[in-house]
Design a protein around this ligand. Structure first.
Ligand SMILES: [Zn+2]
Length: 270
Protein backbone atom coordinates (compact mmCIF):
# COMPACT_ATOMS: atom_id res chain seq x y z
CA UNK A 1 0.00 0.00 0.00
CA UNK A 2 1.31 3.43 -0.91
CA UNK A 3 2.35 5.64 1.95
CA UNK A 4 0.81 9.09 2.33
CA UNK A 5 1.64 12.40 3.92
CA UNK A 6 -0.15 14.24 6.71
CA UNK A 7 1.00 17.82 6.21
CA UNK A 8 0.43 19.98 9.29
CA UNK A 9 0.98 23.60 10.29
CA UNK A 10 1.28 24.91 13.86
CA UNK A 11 0.07 28.52 14.08
CA UNK A 12 1.93 29.70 17.16
CA UNK A 13 0.76 33.04 18.53
CA UNK A 14 3.58 35.09 17.01
CA UNK A 15 2.46 38.42 15.49
CA UNK A 16 4.12 38.89 12.10
CA UNK A 17 3.91 35.21 11.20
CA UNK A 18 0.61 35.81 9.39
CA UNK A 19 2.57 37.51 6.57
CA UNK A 20 3.61 34.13 5.17
CA UNK A 21 0.10 32.69 5.02
CA UNK A 22 -1.02 33.85 1.51
CA UNK A 23 2.06 32.31 -0.11
CA UNK A 24 1.72 29.15 2.00
CA UNK A 25 -1.91 28.73 0.97
CA UNK A 26 -0.80 29.14 -2.68
CA UNK A 27 1.70 26.31 -2.22
CA UNK A 28 -0.95 24.10 -0.61
CA UNK A 29 -3.04 24.52 -3.78
CA UNK A 30 -0.10 24.10 -6.14
CA UNK A 31 0.92 20.79 -4.53
CA UNK A 32 -2.65 19.63 -3.88
CA UNK A 33 -2.04 19.37 -0.16
CA UNK A 34 -4.72 18.45 2.33
CA UNK A 35 -3.26 20.19 5.34
CA UNK A 36 -4.25 20.14 8.98
CA UNK A 37 -3.90 23.58 10.55
CA UNK A 38 -3.47 23.79 14.33
CA UNK A 39 -4.33 27.32 15.52
CA UNK A 40 -3.48 28.83 18.88
CA UNK A 41 -6.46 30.71 20.28
CA UNK A 42 -4.44 33.93 20.20
CA UNK A 43 -3.63 33.63 16.49
CA UNK A 44 -7.21 32.65 15.57
CA UNK A 45 -8.67 35.61 17.48
CA UNK A 46 -6.22 38.06 15.91
CA UNK A 47 -6.61 36.77 12.33
CA UNK A 48 -10.09 35.23 12.04
CA UNK A 49 -10.05 35.77 8.26
CA UNK A 50 -7.20 33.25 7.95
CA UNK A 51 -9.19 30.63 9.88
CA UNK A 52 -12.24 31.39 7.72
CA UNK A 53 -10.22 31.05 4.53
CA UNK A 54 -8.86 27.69 5.72
CA UNK A 55 -12.40 26.58 6.44
CA UNK A 56 -13.62 27.62 2.99
CA UNK A 57 -10.74 25.67 1.43
CA UNK A 58 -11.94 22.62 3.43
CA UNK A 59 -8.65 22.35 5.30
CA UNK A 60 -8.72 20.51 8.61
CA UNK A 61 -8.66 22.84 11.62
CA UNK A 62 -7.42 21.95 15.09
CA UNK A 63 -6.07 23.82 18.11
CA UNK A 64 -2.55 24.38 19.46
CA UNK A 65 -2.96 25.92 22.91
CA UNK A 66 -3.89 29.53 23.55
CA UNK A 67 -0.92 31.87 23.96
CA UNK A 68 1.92 29.53 22.97
CA UNK A 69 4.40 31.57 20.98
CA UNK A 70 4.04 34.81 22.90
CA UNK A 71 3.93 32.82 26.12
CA UNK A 72 7.01 30.61 26.01
CA UNK A 73 6.00 29.00 29.33
CA UNK A 74 2.69 27.60 28.08
CA UNK A 75 2.89 23.84 27.95
CA UNK A 76 0.78 20.74 28.60
CA UNK A 77 3.34 18.61 30.39
CA UNK A 78 2.59 16.72 33.62
CA UNK A 79 3.83 19.74 35.64
CA UNK A 80 0.93 21.90 34.41
CA UNK A 81 -2.15 21.35 36.63
CA UNK A 82 -5.47 20.10 35.27
CA UNK A 83 -7.31 23.41 35.80
CA UNK A 84 -4.63 25.43 33.97
CA UNK A 85 -4.58 23.01 31.04
CA UNK A 86 -8.37 22.92 30.89
CA UNK A 87 -8.60 26.72 30.82
CA UNK A 88 -6.08 26.93 27.95
CA UNK A 89 -7.78 24.20 25.92
CA UNK A 90 -11.26 25.65 26.49
CA UNK A 91 -10.15 29.18 25.55
CA UNK A 92 -8.52 28.05 22.30
CA UNK A 93 -11.45 25.75 21.48
CA UNK A 94 -13.86 28.66 21.95
CA UNK A 95 -11.68 31.04 19.91
CA UNK A 96 -11.63 28.67 16.94
CA UNK A 97 -15.23 27.45 17.13
CA UNK A 98 -16.48 31.05 17.39
CA UNK A 99 -15.02 31.60 13.91
CA UNK A 100 -15.80 28.26 12.27
CA UNK A 101 -19.05 27.41 14.12
CA UNK A 102 -17.61 23.90 14.35
CA UNK A 103 -16.14 22.26 17.44
CA UNK A 104 -12.47 21.39 16.73
CA UNK A 105 -11.58 17.75 17.40
CA UNK A 106 -7.83 17.76 16.66
CA UNK A 107 -5.06 18.98 18.93
CA UNK A 108 -1.31 19.50 18.77
CA UNK A 109 0.49 20.35 21.99
CA UNK A 110 2.90 23.31 22.07
CA UNK A 111 6.51 22.04 22.01
CA UNK A 112 5.07 18.49 21.63
CA UNK A 113 4.91 18.44 25.41
CA UNK A 114 1.77 16.54 26.40
CA UNK A 115 0.61 14.47 29.37
CA UNK A 116 -2.19 12.10 30.40
CA UNK A 117 -3.89 15.13 32.04
CA UNK A 118 -4.13 16.69 28.57
CA UNK A 119 -5.60 13.55 27.00
CA UNK A 120 -8.25 13.41 29.73
CA UNK A 121 -9.25 17.05 29.09
CA UNK A 122 -9.21 16.62 25.31
CA UNK A 123 -11.59 13.70 25.60
CA UNK A 124 -13.86 15.61 28.00
CA UNK A 125 -13.99 18.47 25.50
CA UNK A 126 -14.94 16.25 22.58
CA UNK A 127 -11.54 15.94 20.89
CA UNK A 128 -10.83 12.67 19.09
CA UNK A 129 -7.37 13.13 17.51
CA UNK A 130 -4.04 14.28 18.89
CA UNK A 131 -0.78 14.67 17.00
CA UNK A 132 1.79 15.53 19.66
CA UNK A 133 3.63 12.50 21.01
CA UNK A 134 7.26 12.80 19.87
CA UNK A 135 7.77 9.07 19.24
CA UNK A 136 11.30 8.05 18.18
CA UNK A 137 12.52 11.63 18.67
CA UNK A 138 15.28 12.91 20.92
CA UNK A 139 16.85 16.38 20.62
CA UNK A 140 19.86 15.97 22.95
CA UNK A 141 19.30 19.51 24.25
CA UNK A 142 19.26 21.09 20.76
CA UNK A 143 15.46 21.36 20.76
CA UNK A 144 12.48 20.99 23.08
CA UNK A 145 12.09 17.19 23.01
CA UNK A 146 13.97 14.88 25.35
CA UNK A 147 11.55 12.44 26.90
CA UNK A 148 12.44 8.75 26.79
CA UNK A 149 8.89 7.63 27.67
CA UNK A 150 7.64 9.36 24.51
CA UNK A 151 10.62 8.12 22.53
CA UNK A 152 9.47 4.52 22.89
CA UNK A 153 5.85 5.14 21.85
CA UNK A 154 4.80 3.71 18.45
CA UNK A 155 5.74 5.65 15.33
CA UNK A 156 2.40 4.75 13.73
CA UNK A 157 -1.09 5.87 14.86
CA UNK A 158 -2.21 4.32 18.16
CA UNK A 159 -5.02 4.68 20.69
CA UNK A 160 -4.73 6.44 24.05
CA UNK A 161 -7.33 5.53 26.64
CA UNK A 162 -8.83 8.07 29.02
CA UNK A 163 -11.62 7.95 31.60
CA UNK A 164 -14.04 9.39 29.03
CA UNK A 165 -13.04 7.49 25.92
CA UNK A 166 -10.23 7.09 23.43
CA UNK A 167 -8.01 9.54 21.59
CA UNK A 168 -6.34 8.55 18.34
CA UNK A 169 -2.69 9.59 18.50
CA UNK A 170 -1.02 10.36 15.16
CA UNK A 171 2.63 10.97 16.14
CA UNK A 172 4.72 13.50 14.19
CA UNK A 173 7.27 11.46 12.23
CA UNK A 174 10.80 11.18 13.57
CA UNK A 175 13.85 8.96 13.65
CA UNK A 176 15.84 10.73 16.37
CA UNK A 177 15.44 13.83 14.16
CA UNK A 178 11.92 15.06 13.36
CA UNK A 179 10.44 15.42 9.86
CA UNK A 180 9.71 19.11 10.11
CA UNK A 181 10.51 22.44 8.48
CA UNK A 182 13.36 23.05 10.86
CA UNK A 183 15.05 19.89 9.54
CA UNK A 184 14.52 21.09 5.96
CA UNK A 185 16.06 24.49 6.66
CA UNK A 186 18.94 23.11 8.73
CA UNK A 187 20.25 20.17 6.69
CA UNK A 188 21.35 19.97 3.04
CA UNK A 189 18.69 18.67 0.68
CA UNK A 190 20.52 15.44 -0.13
CA UNK A 191 20.34 14.59 3.57
CA UNK A 192 16.60 15.35 3.61
CA UNK A 193 16.17 13.07 0.58
CA UNK A 194 17.91 10.12 2.31
CA UNK A 195 16.35 10.76 5.73
CA UNK A 196 12.80 10.95 4.38
CA UNK A 197 13.38 7.77 2.34
CA UNK A 198 14.26 5.92 5.57
CA UNK A 199 11.28 7.39 7.44
CA UNK A 200 8.99 6.43 4.61
CA UNK A 201 9.69 2.77 5.37
CA UNK A 202 8.92 2.97 9.10
CA UNK A 203 6.38 5.79 9.44
CA UNK A 204 3.02 5.14 7.89
CA UNK A 205 1.69 7.74 7.37
CA UNK A 206 4.40 10.39 7.25
CA UNK A 207 3.51 13.32 9.51
CA UNK A 208 5.29 16.56 8.65
CA UNK A 209 4.92 19.83 10.53
CA UNK A 210 5.98 23.44 10.08
CA UNK A 211 5.27 26.94 11.37
CA UNK A 212 4.31 30.11 9.44
CA UNK A 213 7.04 31.90 11.44
CA UNK A 214 9.67 29.96 9.51
CA UNK A 215 8.97 31.95 6.33
CA UNK A 216 9.25 35.40 7.93
CA UNK A 217 12.49 37.14 8.91
CA UNK A 218 13.01 37.01 12.68
CA UNK A 219 13.18 40.83 12.81
CA UNK A 220 9.63 40.99 11.45
CA UNK A 221 8.26 38.72 14.18
CA UNK A 222 7.12 39.67 17.68
CA UNK A 223 8.19 36.99 20.13
CA UNK A 224 9.98 36.80 23.47
CA UNK A 225 13.55 36.88 22.21
CA UNK A 226 15.99 34.43 23.69
CA UNK A 227 13.35 32.00 24.85
CA UNK A 228 13.31 29.77 21.80
CA UNK A 229 16.88 28.47 21.67
CA UNK A 230 17.66 30.00 18.32
CA UNK A 231 14.56 28.52 16.72
CA UNK A 232 14.03 31.61 14.58
CA UNK A 233 17.53 31.57 13.20
CA UNK A 234 17.49 31.12 9.42
CA UNK A 235 13.82 32.01 9.06
CA UNK A 236 12.64 34.00 6.04
CA UNK A 237 10.93 33.86 2.64
CA UNK A 238 13.86 31.87 1.16
CA UNK A 239 12.40 28.85 2.99
CA UNK A 240 9.45 28.71 0.57
CA UNK A 241 11.84 27.29 -2.05
CA UNK A 242 13.14 24.75 0.49
CA UNK A 243 9.59 23.62 1.25
CA UNK A 244 8.79 23.39 -2.47
CA UNK A 245 11.78 21.09 -3.02
CA UNK A 246 10.45 18.78 -0.32
CA UNK A 247 6.91 18.80 -1.70
CA UNK A 248 8.22 18.09 -5.20
CA UNK A 249 10.22 15.17 -3.76
CA UNK A 250 7.09 13.75 -2.11
CA UNK A 251 5.20 14.08 -5.39
CA UNK A 252 8.02 12.40 -7.33
CA UNK A 253 7.86 9.47 -4.88
CA UNK A 254 4.11 9.17 -5.33
CA UNK A 255 3.37 10.14 -1.71
CA UNK A 256 0.15 12.10 -1.81
CA UNK A 257 -1.19 14.35 0.90
CA UNK A 258 -4.17 13.12 2.90
CA UNK A 259 -6.20 14.62 5.73
CA UNK A 260 -5.44 13.36 9.23
CA UNK A 261 -9.02 12.84 10.34
CA UNK A 262 -9.45 10.31 7.57
CA UNK A 263 -7.24 8.03 9.67
CA UNK A 264 -10.08 7.76 12.17
CA UNK A 265 -11.88 5.37 9.89
CA UNK A 266 -8.78 3.20 9.57
CA UNK A 267 -7.59 0.65 12.09
CA UNK A 268 -5.04 1.62 14.74
CA UNK A 269 -1.96 -0.35 15.64
CA UNK A 270 0.19 -0.31 18.73
ZN1 LIG B 1 3.93 25.56 18.42
Amino acid sequence: MANYLHFSVDFDWVPGSEKSVPKLFDLFQKYQLRPTLFFTGGFASAYPEIVQQAMHLSYEIGTHGHNHGLDSKENFGPETPYQVQKELICRSTEAVSRITSVQPVMFRAPLLNISQITFEILCEQGYTIDSSVPARRFDFGAGCVGNLASFFRPSVPFSINTKHGTILEIPPSACILPLNMRLLRTFPFHFVRCFSAILEKTNRPLVFYMHPTEFVYADDLTYPKGDYRGFYHNCGPHNFAVLESFLALMQARGIRSEYMAKSLSESCGG
